[in-house]
Design a protein around this ligand. Structure first.
Ligand SMILES: [Zn+2]
Length: 310
């Protein structure tokens, strides 16, 4: 029996305190409170300051921040409110306010040393901020929308209809055959040598396990078993670019002939543990980065850490 994977970005330390979102003027109240901390977001990047030589999210007081962004309630931690300030992503951005430190903007991949609290806040802030940016108008009538529920809805100014942030599930799977080999694929759009697990979005009306079977068949022609234990859940990871939830599986192949679609996937190969290690050491193959659920799924199959990354 496999125990659940401990995945990067899957921890959550702060309290989202969803019961407070409907409080009248919650955002104004917290902005006036000097214990409140604010994470500034611009596009997919957050404000950072260096601590011990590494960039860390800058959690700064609300008081003197610029006021042309959208304020969002992320939750509470140790008795203090935490807000995000989503700033317009226009032109060449100046450095963010980092509370007196030298500030900069950084994306998730540039933040290798986040603790559980920071991971949870950054992923929540980036996901929520991007949803707001993309939903300034009502999808039904086209009227402008405005922020409701302290950042957890947008409300159509004509119809009063509420819109909720969305999350798009995607499946990602370590496909393993009965000889205990793993199937890794190279996407047509990637640089040479880059391989990863197969993945794809869940379609409307489709369950997760069937999405695994369909994606593997479409991209490689490999069949996945139809028994319930042939597709086993391993863990999930929010990936806010812009709104994915990566749901990870181990899937058992019942056929091994590979026939790639040549559109999305240009090559797919079966690896034994020895052949994968040899390919990595020869730098003929490169693995996904250490923060990714793909790498966690591959290393779980391998039974330990593998060298190198994209
Ligand atoms: Zn409307």
């Amino acid at each position: 029996m496999l125990s659940p994977l401990d995945l990067p970005f899957a921890r959550s330390v702060h309290d989202r305190a969803a019961h407070r979102r409907a409080e009248p003027a919650l955002l104004d109240l917290l902005r006036a409170d000097e214990t409140t901390r604010v994470l500034q977001v611009r596009g997919t990047r957050v404000a950072v300051a260096e601590a011990d030589g590494l960039p860390r999210p800058a959690l700064v007081p609300a008081g003197h921040l610029r006021d042309d962004g959208t304020w969002l309630f992320l939750g509470e931690h140790e008795g203090a409110g935490i807000l995000a300030l989503a700033l317009p992503d226009d032109g060449t951005p100046g450095a963010p306010d980092a509370g007196g430190e030298a500030g900069a903007w950084a994306g998730l991949r540039e933040l290798p040393a986040l603790d559980g609290l920071e991971q949870g806040l950054v992923v929540e802030a980036v996901a929520l901020a991007q949803w707001h940016t993309a939903h300034e108008h009502c999808p039904r009538c086209g009227a402008p929308t405005q922020v409701g529920q302290a950042g957890w809805t947008r409300v159509c100014t004509t119809e009063g209809r509420e819109l909720y942030p969305r999350t798009d599930p995607a499946v990602i799977m370590a496909v393993v055959d009965d000889a205990d080999r793993i199937l890794l694929a190279h996407a047509a759009a990637w640089p040479r040598g880059r391989y990863s697990t197969l993945a794809g979005f869940v379609e409307p009306g489709e369950g997760l396990e069937n999405a695994v079977r369909r994606e593997v068949a479409e991209e490689t022609g490999v069949g996945i078993g139809t028994e319930p234990h042939d597709v086993v859940y391993r863990g999930s990871q929010a990936w806010p670019f812009p709104a994915s939830l990566m749901v990870g599986f181990r899937a058992r192949a019942v056929s091994t002939d590979v026939r790639v679609d040549d559109l999305e996937i240009s090559e797919a190969r079966w690896f034994t543990r020895d052949s994968l290690l040899a390919a990595l050491e020869a730098e003929e193959v490169r693995m996904p980065g250490p923060q990714s659920i793909a790498r966690a799924l591959i290393e779980e199959w391998y039974g330990g850490e593998l060298p190198g990354a994209w």
